[in-house]
Ligand binder design. Structure first.
Ligand code: JD8
Length: 394
């Protein structure tokens, strides 16, 4: 891969000689060339900036040194007609993410235009766009003084994806994590440090249990720190219910969950709906369920209105179990149950091949919903008064 970086601080890019990127350069996987923008200024002071038209604070980078520097880079193409993708780091650009890193790692030639001061004369973007693909890309929502640090971060993210730079196995694993969940917590020796033991499950040697625990940790961490990464409740795509707040149930919510179950199960409602036949759980059972399952909750204006719990099957790790699908009686019949099933399916780890859904035995009113979601009844469930439905992952 060929990389060109244009900057008024070429020394700023020196760290790219170190570590992984440095090794990739020495191994000939990356041809990185750093250019000093001031080499393309022609006055005695090597000036690259001027005052802004229209007034305002600070200075603006002039067009002329940029067009000459970019022309110089274009002139060194390895093959005639070859053009780089020009990346201009800027706080107003498209947010840089792993998907973009992966895409850019497949484009044989990238050039980075690192601005300083208030930014670059707008005509440079127009001029460049007539000669190559131009992307304005932001490292994130905070203010830097120039594009160099952003370019370095992007280069590191792109180069480590090149074949032969990081272990191939690792990048394959990452692929399945993209747009997915945060990582699980890590521990190494000693087994007890500072009076803090490593979680017992990690010493058990039970790989299926470890897998389950790690997936659960990833879900909980993601819900706590980056709920935006979870399949969005807004994306449940139910009319009029786009603003449900999603969360992972905590012990403090057990009472509300029990109440929701009672409302969904109750034989006392004029028209019993969901889960009829299966007994509602008590406080202790729900509490225990929080430990062995991940219970997802959905709130509307603070009220718990829907919930579902999921886990990898302890018996068969390729099976994703979905159960206790509940929708508050006053919100049933709006497609929320169907959306919840889709949501629960999207939470399954990539190696899962089968979804198993457990429902109350009297599913007359849900039969259509389950069929629409692709499930077939296979028989009575392991619990009393439940049926088991199954679906191969598409
Ligand atoms: C390039 C000049 C500074 C930008 C006034 C002082 C990226 N995520 C990011 N935050 N900031 C940048 C970034 C900042 C830059 C330049 C990138 C060139 N500045 C200017 C406009 C407002 N400040 C960035 N990628």
């Amino acid at each position: 891969m060929r990389l060109d970086v244009i900057s008024i601080f070429p020394d700023y890019l020196a760290p790219l000689d170190l570590s992984l990127i440095g090794k990739a350069r020495r191994d000939g996987l990356v041809d990185l060339r750093v250019h000093d923008l001031r080499d393309f200024a022609h006055d005695r002071h090597r000036t690259v900036d001027d005052t802004p038209y229209g007034g305002g604070a600070g200075m603006v980078m002039s067009a002329q040194p940029w067009s000459e520097a970019l022309t110089d880079v274009l002139g060194t193409a390895d093959a005639p007609g070859e053009r780089p993708v020009l990346i201009v780091p800027g706080p107003g650009g498209q947010p840089f993410d792993q998907a973009m890193a992966r895409e850019l790692s497949g484009r044989g030639w990238l050039a980075f235009a690192c601005g300083r001061y208030e930014g670059i004369d707008e005509r440079v973007y127009e001029w460049a766009a007539e000669r190559m693909e131009v992307r304005v890309v932001s490292l994130g929502d905070y203010v830097l003084n120039g594009g160099e640090v952003a370019a370095m971060a992007m280069i590191e993210a792109v180069v480590r994806l090149l074949p032969g730079v990081v272990g191939n196995a690792e990048s394959l694993v990452e692929e399945s994590h993209e747009g997915g969940l945060l990582e699980y917590p890590l521990y190494t020796k000693p087994a007890e440090w500072d009076g803090r033991p490593v979680p017992e499950v990690l010493l058990s040697g039970d790989h299926a249990r470890i897998e389950r625990w790690r997936h659960q940790q990833r879900l909980e961490r993601t819900a706590a720190r980056r709920p935006d990464l979870l399949p969005r409740s807004g994306a449940l795509g139910v009319d009029g219910l786009a603003d449900l707040d999603h969360g992972i149930a905590t012990p403090a919510e057990v009472g509300e969950i029990v109440t929701l179950q009672k409302a969904c199960w109750s034989e006392l409602t004029a028209e019993p709906r969901q889960w009829r036949g299966a007994p509602a759980e008590g406080v202790e059972e729900v509490q225990a369920g929080l430990k062995s399952w991940t219970t997802h909750t959905f709130r509307s204006e603070g009220r718990l209105v829907a919930s579902v719990r999921v886990r990898r099957s302890p018996e068969d790790p390729q099976v994703w179990q979905i159960e206790r699908l509940m929708v508050a009686p006053d919100l049933q019949g709006r497609g929320l149950g169907h959306a919840l099933i889709g949501y629960a399916e999207r939470l399954a780890p990539p190696d899962v091949t089968t979804f198993v859904l457990e429902a109350g035995h009297d599913i007359a009113e849900q039969r259509r919903m389950f069929r629409k979601a692709g499930y077939k009844v296979v028989g009575p469930g392991p619990g009393t008064g439940t049926v088991e439905l199954i679906k191969r992952r598409p």
